[in-house]
Design a protein around this ligand. Structure first.
Ligand code: GLY
Length: 377
């Protein structure tokens, strides 16, 4: 249980979201959205785009809305997304470490809510495939498949911390310790290979796929090598506290707090979040997704902390969420999205646009505060 004041505020914002979402879902329910252009969400459910890594989040939004309102159409839209993703389960090249992002907000959410055996089967297939990406020499989960002539056999990325809960879920369901062993081995490697002394994290680390030796890091979706891509920081804050919640290993909570402290120290004066904390000073590009994901992580850190820390992390989450609600939320019912200023990557055309998983994590954070969340991680 968090504070009553925070709960009341979150319930008010969720009530506004529910009013607008009725209209949005009537327009977009049958799509799998990613980015909105001129207020209208695109649709990634065609054969060419069905493997896209964000394709689980619309289902996740629909599940959280079903949890909030009990309206059956939300569940129907969520199940439709899950069924469409079956094509991905039959496509080896479409499966990768992001199986977590695809099947936690869809099949695991469905299984947790309804006990569907069909959904459990899908999520178990996805978890087994993800476990098969483990590199025993380097003790990391391989992130991506190869693209063209780029060799990704030794690549791990910080985002994978958010996919580990698919393995924790499989362990909790089957009691087969391999799932948990692989997840914790990866998390241990990430603590040593990605987290820097100042509490920031790098995005991509390349290992020698044969010997497991750490070769180098890359700036990835951030500004440059050695910079600090804020969404990567946010995946680490939330991902490490989730690993703590599943394993109770204290090091994971300690490192989540260290990365969170760095994140909080780098917020703007208005409690908004830049695209990269080390981008050039004259550049003001933001990423609201990083803000929303970190708020989710901070709330979970607050929930498992005692004494002064509880208030420190909860207040930081509230500052971020209030800034999003007041300055970065579009309440016009004629546009399909909520959060503005979401950014794909520093060196990318899609900077400060609406992106579906910004909305997902914003809603999830509010559901946590309101004590109503359907927990999917
Ligand atoms: N997982 C890729 C991203 O956060 O954009």
């Amino acid at each position: 249980m968090l504070g009553q004041e925070e709960k009341k505020w979150a319930e008010e914002i969720l009530a506004r979201i529910a009013v607008k979402m009725d209209k949005v879902a009537a327009r977009c329910g049958h799509k799998i959205p990613y980015i909105a252009v001129d207020g209208i969400y695109d649709d990634r459910s065609d054969d060419e785009n069905i493997c896209w890594w964000t394709n689980g989040f619309w289902g996740g939004i629909m599940w959280q809305m079903y949890q909030l309102t009990g309206k059956s159409e939300y569940m129907e839209y969520a199940v439709e997304v899950e069924r469409k993703l079956d094509k991905v389960l039959m496509n080896a090249q479409g499966l990768d470490h992001d199986n977590g992002f695809k099947w936690l907000p869809t099949s695991v959410a469905n299984y947790r809510k309804t006990g569907s055996i069909e959904s459990k089967n899908r999520a178990m297939l996805a978890a087994n495939n993800m476990a098969g990406r483990f590199n025993p020499a380097g003790k990391f989960i391989r992130a991506w498949n190869d693209w063209g002539d780029e060799d990704h056999r030794g690549w791990a990325i910080i985002d994978c911390m958010m996919n580990l809960p698919l393995l924790y879920w499989a362990y909790e369901e089957t009691k087969d310790p391999r799932f948990c062993q692989i997840a914790t081995a990866h998390a241990d490697t990430a603590m040593g290979a990605f987290v820097r002394g100042d509490g920031s994290v790098c995005h991509i680390v390349e290992f020698d796929p044969e010997t497991g030796e750490r070769r180098k890091s890359y700036g990835g979706q951030g500004y440059d090598h050695g910079s600090s891509w804020t969404r990567g920081q946010s995946w680490a804050v939330y991902g490490f506290v989730l690993s703590f919640m599943h394993t109770k290993k204290q090091e994971y909570l300690d490192v989540a707090k260290r990365i969170a402290n760095y994140f909080i120290a780098n917020l703007t004066e208005d409690n908004l979040v830049l695209l990269d904390f080390r981008q050039p000073e004259e550049c003001q590009w933001e990423d609201s997704i990083a803000a929303a994901v970190t708020a989710c992580g901070l709330i979970e850190i607050a929930k498992v902390s005692e004494g002064r820390d509880r208030g420190v992390y909860l207040r930081a989450a509230m500052r971020i969420l209030k800034a999003l609600a007041e300055h970065r939320c579009n309440w016009d019912e004629n546009v399909d999205y909520f959060l503005e200023k979401c950014s794909v990557a520093y060196h990318n055309d899609d900077i400060e646009v609406p992106i579906v998983y910004g909305d997902y994590y914003f809603i999830e954070a509010l559901m946590k505060l309101a004590d109503k969340e359907l927990f999917i991680w």
